[in-house]
Design a protein around this ligand. Structure first.
Ligand SMILES: [Zn+2]
Ligand SMILES: [Zn+2]
Length: 147
């Protein structure tokens, strides 16, 4: 589901699967939460979203392709992809371990494509192994947050 401009309805769109670049993975999405922040992105309450962008930053899925150099994740592994989707690794905040304040971050579903899709590309540094415990979607249709 693609947001072409803030305030527009999401568009059901068919796109080719992307190949993950170095340090990235492709995740086959099995569930993605809908968060108030997604609504802020779609409504234009947050400045300068990607254009176009696929919203959704509470992704659960399985790794289905590994980019060059990714060693800590395996094909088929269940992972979660959060809001903070990339940091530069070199600014003063990243250098002191406060990468949540990075000067040049990318945010999943806002400034990089997110999880309202069949698959998503993620920075492997911001893909977290979830293990196999629990289901990503509860019986009542609500997405369970897996922390
Ligand atoms: Zn959220
Ligand atoms: Zn940084």
């Amino acid at each position: 589901m693609v947001l072409r401009r803030p305030g527009a309805p999401l568009e059901w769109t068919t796109l080719p699967d992307r190949t993950p670049g170095a340090g990235e993975i492709r995740v086959r999405v099995t569930a993605c939460g809908v968060c108030r922040t997604d609504l802020h992105v779609v409504d234009g309450d947050l400045p300068n979203p990607g254009r176009p962008v696929i919203p959704g930053h509470e992704i659960v899925g399985r790794v289905d392709a590994l980019g060059e150099g990714v060693k800590h994740l395996k094909l088929g592994q269940r992972v979660g992809i959060p809001w903070l989707g990339y940091t530069c690794g070199s600014c003063s905040y990243c250098a002191c371990g406060r990468e949540n304040l990075c000067d040049r971050p990318l945010f999943t579903g806002y400034t990089r494509d997110g999880g309202f899709a069949t698959s998503a590309i993620a920075d492997a540094r911001y893909a977290f192994a979830l293990g196999e415990e629990g289901e990503e979607v509860a019986g009542n249709g609500q997405v369970r947050h897996q922390v």
